[in-house]
Design a binder for this molecule. Structure first.
Ligand code: NAD
Length: 328
């Protein structure tokens, strides 16, 4: 199968590219490097630096590489930034997404795996959150992905574009080659580990008055390799002629911010200072996946069971890449 991976120089995309290559698939990457790293994609993999809304470029890639299917990771993905700059998010994630789909469909690509998110559910009414939970995002980022899901449904009806929308919970961990490097970094685990190795003086904990056991927000952390394997299963599911579908990707296990920090202390053996700050706008209290559907329908089995195992891979990556990709 020849697979176009948008956002393949990003955190989850680069790990998935590696896994697709290991499976023997042909891969071509499109990324504008606004948030990604050229070094995250190994030499020899066809790489195009450009925007997903560049229809001429998408058409050229689809034709020249005889693309059968696409995994569409490219997006901006910071909740707080989306609250501060909503139009930038609607433009990049939804408007550019529409142009991208138009070019794909015109080029005859009829299968797409889309990076959606648990942020499409908003503040949960019931936990664990299953795919049938009502969707009412709590922030613009979540809405950009919600709209893309609805747009994909319409494109299926109108043009027969088959899609799998994977609603990831919190991506975490690293592979030997690929780790999390964002600037600025707003995700918890890389910041906790930066504090563990002295690159940050302390970790900021946003909110200790949530209705959770220790007052800090609870999230479901899923390893990027487990996300990668779900994308491969989703591509196979579409190649087998199945109908469009939505799946949660999480472990079904929640960890609070303080539990993550405690796990990072165990893994790293370092002291980690914390400072409490007010809640961030748009951050729900408790997001934990009901992920049985992906297990039952796709046959997905996440390999990383505990938060300690996940953090260990991220810690090892930080130790071997102290300056991120720059020094790799
Ligand atoms: N990280 C998470 O916990 C998480 C959770 C749920 C969903 N997601 C989704 O997964 C996807 C990947 O997330 P990530 O954490 O790897 O993010 P990332 O920022 O590391 O990767 C995204 C990549 O897309 C590229 N990109 C962004 N806009 C583009 C555009 N218009 N044209 C071309 N390239 C563009 C960036 O340069 C970057 O390399 C995103 O769609 C995100 O919304 C992530």
């Amino acid at each position: 199968m020849s697979v176009l991976v948008t956002g393949g120089a990003g955190y989850i995309g680069s790990a998935t590219v590696e896994m697709l290559l290991a499976k023997g698939e042909k891969v071509v990457v499109l990324d504008n490097l606004s948030r990604g790293h050229r070094e995250a994609v190994r030499e020899g993999v066809p790489f195009y630096q450009g925007d997903v809304c560049d229809q001429e470029l998408v058409t050229k890639i689809a034709r020249e590489h005889a693309v059968d299917a696409c995994v569409h990771f490219a997006a901006f993905a910071y909740v707080g930034e989306s609250v501060a700059e909503p139009l930038r998010y609607f433009e990049n994630n939804s408007a550019e997404g529409v142009s991208f789909l138009e070019a794909l469909i015109r080029a005859g690509v009829k299968r797409i795996v889309f990076s959606s998110t648990c942020a499409t559910y908003g503040e949960p009414k019931t936990v664990p959150i299953t795919e049938s939970h009502p969707q009412w995002p709590a922030n613009p980022y979540g809405w950009t992905k919600f709209f893309m899901e609805r747009i994909l449904e319409s494109c299926d009806r109108a043009y027969g574009l088959k899609f799998v929308a994977l609603r990831y919970f919190n991506a975490a961990g690293a592979t030997e080659r690929c780790g999390e490097v964002h600037s600025p970094e707003t995700h918890l685990i890389p910041n906790v580990l930066a504090a563990a190795c002295g690159r940050l003086p302390h970790v900021e904990v946003y909110g200790n008055d949530y209705p959770t056991p220790d007052g800090t927000a609870v999230r479901d952390y899923i390893h990027i390799e487990d996300l990668g394997s779900a994308h491969i299963l989703a591509l196979d599911y579409l190649a087998a002629g199945n109908e469009s579908n939505f799946f949660n990707l999480g472990t079904g296990r929640g960890n609070s911010v303080l539990e993550v920090i405690q796990a990072a202390r165990r893994v790293s053996g370092k002291e980690i200072q914390t400072e409490f700050r007010p809640r961030r706008p748009g951050d729900p209290s408790h997001l934990v996946a009901g992920a049985d559907k992906a297990r039952n329908v796709l046959g997905w089995k996440p390999a990383f069971e505990s938060i300690d195992e996940i953090i260990r891979t991220a810690w090892e990556w930080q130790m071997s890449h102290p300056k991120g990709y720059a020094a790799a």
